[in-house]
Design a protein around this ligand. Structure first.
Ligand SMILES: C[S@@+](CC[C@H](N)C(=O)[O-])C[C@H]1O[C@@H](n2cnc3c(N)ncnc32)[C@H](O)[C@@H]1O
Length: 253
């Protein structure tokens, strides 16, 4: 608890991300990753292997939802690729340390939902804003040779919806589903504008769907991620089904 409080105080973060609860969520993920290290090891290894296998030698990579770099083989990417942009709303200490250690790594702090800063700017209205998904130019990046989405897609709608709920202004179920679909489709459009893409995403949590009406190709691989053993987040264990998808013109060797 003390460690999480220190992370919350010491991690730089834009006001909208702090306000909507993304910083607190990032600290909670870091703490759970430590508590559940054994349970998460297999999932993390699968993600890292897939990302490393798709890394284009000498190419430009963007990792969306880089977070704590739990799923990201950052040293391998920095050794193999010309540039690696780590894109997230919150960059915890391990990501900031990695960027200092590897000159080819760059941190990009940005909203990837297309809704966070607008919701925060008009927070008095307590309404879902129009979704304006970012393009590569909005992130200050050229479309990369490989865009990796690292366990982000299901998370993108959560902070805006969670904040509205905490304000007692939860959208009606249809508006909520429409928002999830728009945000998630916008993210897929960003990936598809890269030369090649690798999407790692959880698709259900204990069987409950996490994606809203998005069209995806056949998965390359799938596995279970034991997110929380019984007792960690309630009486029953929480298991997410994770799938990996890829598209575009692969440049990996
Ligand atoms: C489950 S974590 C991903 C873990 C990460 N791939 C890793 O290896 O540590 C989800 C990530 O999505 C980021 N995120 C959630 N909503 C976001 C948004 N609107 N814009 C940018 N990043 C966001 C969070 O900050 C968090 O780092």
């Amino acid at each position: 608890m003390l460690r999480e409080a220190w992370w919350w105080l010491s991690t730089p973060c834009p006001p909208w991300a702090r306000g909507l609860g993304l910083l607190a969520e990032s600290c909670a993920i870091g703490a759970r990753a430590r508590r559940c290290a054994e349970h998460w090891a297999g999932h993390r290894a699968r993600c890292q292997e897939l990302i490393a296998a798709h890394a284009p030698a000498g190419g430009r990579v963007a990792v969306l939802g880089s977070g704590w770099l739990l799923d990201v083989p950052v040293a391998a990417l920095a050794a193999r690729c010309a540039t690696v942009a780590l894109v997230d709303a919150v960059h915890p200490a391990p990501a900031r340390r990695a960027a200092r250690a590897h000159p080819r790594l760059r941190l990009v702090t940005a909203d990837l939902s297309g809704a966070g800063p607008a919701l925060w700017a008009a927070r008095g209205e307590r309404l879902l804003p129009a979704v304006r998904p970012p393009g590569w130019a909005d992130l200050g990046l050229e479309p990369p040779d490989l865009a990796v989405s690292a366990l982000l897609l299901s998370q993108l709608p959560l902070a805006p919806l969670g904040w509205l709920e905490r304000q007692g202004a939860a959208p009606a179920p249809a508006a909520r589903e429409g928002f999830r679909a728009e945000v998630q489709r916008g993210h897929l459009a960003l990936l598809r504008a890269a030369r090649a893409w690798l999407l790692l995403t959880d698709v259900n949590a204990n069987g409950a769907p996490l994606l809203a009406g998005v069209e995806l190709p056949e998965p390359l691989a799938e596995w279970d991620w034991p997110v929380a053993p019984a007792g960690e987040a309630g009486a029953t264990a929480v298991v997410h089904r994770v799938r990996a998808y890829a598209g575009g013109q692969s440049t990996a060797c």
